[in-house]
Design a protein around this ligand. Structure first.
Ligand code: C2E
Ligand code: CA
Ligand code: CA
Ligand code: CA
Length: 279
């Protein structure tokens, strides 16, 4: 037993070292990633339950790493936040989303809005709002075609600064969504003090919404709360028809999840829309 214990301990530290090496390597490679144009956006449809149409798509970043293949944002966004590179990556995301909106003019995707993710760290940047405004203008894209998803952390840190940033973004015409709503331990009062257009109910509630009483109660309460405040609601992580039925029945405005589509490259999205799929 003692022998085994030691082996498993060794195994554990090797695993940790390996992860640390990977982390350091990725952190170094991130230096070049922007210059080498290694990031891409994939798009996941957000369907309006009233019209049955795709209202918007969420832009989710991936890193086409030269040796490791396509990397998920969970593998490099936290690193980029630590090192501060997230600011430049965020600028790239804004530019890429606006370019995509411009490219979709006159195509089957012309009415789509794009929702981008911004972390609290990105909101810290004083130039963010001006950058977004200038990029929209340069691409001749109306601001209301861009949406921004932010997590509740923005209600907890730098509150004054964040409220100012969001106020300015909202004034531009950019729509604001609170992502992963319900898991961030923030006070509901912030829904009153910030210009919020959309609440995105976290996937952890949706996964068991038809099986667990608690999750169904919370989901219905969030929908009612939001509606009474004049805020629309989207559910993320919808994977089954049963979840969709529940959400439709309780007045959720939009849904997003594998049931409709995984996040896909722009070309695939365009093809699917032209073929009349996804509706
Ligand atoms: P998020 O904003 O909560 O994005 C939703 C995540 O859930 C995405 O993972 C998406 O692929 C996944 N997902 C969507 N539908 C389903 C479903 O039906 N079932 C399941 N199991 N999962 C589903 P992804 O693309 O790996 O992104 C992970 C996180 O990385 C995002 O979470 C977001 O916080 C962050 N992220 C992605 N792109 C960006 C970006 O451009 N900037 C920043 N700052 N963060 C980003
Ligand atoms: Ca999101
Ligand atoms: Ca989310
Ligand atoms: Ca989530």
């Amino acid at each position: 037993a003692k022998e085994q214990g030691r082996n498993s301990y060794q195994f554990y530290t090797e695993g940790m070292q390996e992860r640390e090496v990977t982390r350091l390597e990725l952190d170094k490679d991130l230096d070049q990633a922007l210059a080498n144009n290694e990031f891409v956006l994939h798009f996941q449809p957000q369907v309006d339950l009233e019209t049955g149409e795709i209202h918007s798509v969420e832009a989710l970043i991936r890193w086409q790493h030269p040796r490791r293949g396509l990397l998920s944002p969970v593998e490099f966004i936290p690193l980029a936040e630590e090192s501060g590179r997230i600011t430049d990556i965020g600028r790239w995301v804004v530019a890429a989303a606006c370019r995509q909106l411009a490219a979709w003019k006159g195509t089957s995707c012309k009415d789509l809005r794009i929702a981008i993710n911004l972390s609290g760290r990105e909101l810290d940047d004083e130039h963010l709002v001006d950058d977004i405004r200038e990029t929209l203008e340069a691409e001749h894209v109306p601001a209301n075609h861009l949406e921004v998803e932010l997590t509740e952390e923005i209600f907890i840190q730098n509150i004054e600064h964040n409220r100012n940033q969001l106020g300015r973004l909202h004034e531009l015409g950019v729509n604001l969504a609170i992502d992963d709503f319900g898991v961030g331990y923030s006070s509901l009062g912030y829904l009153r003090d910030f210009p919020v257009d959309l609440l995105k109910i976290d996937r952890s509630f949706i996964t068991s919404v038809t099986e667990r009483h608690d999750d169904s109660v919370i989901t219905r309460a969030v929908i009612n709360l939001a509606h009474n405040l004049g805020i629309r609601v989207i559910a993320e992580g919808v994977e089954t028809e049963e979840q969709l039925d529940f959400l439709r029945q309780h007045g959720c405005n939009l849904i997003q999840g594998y049931l409709i589509s995984r996040p896909i490259p722009a070309v695939e999205l365009e093809k699917a829309l032209e073929a009349g799929l996804l509706n």
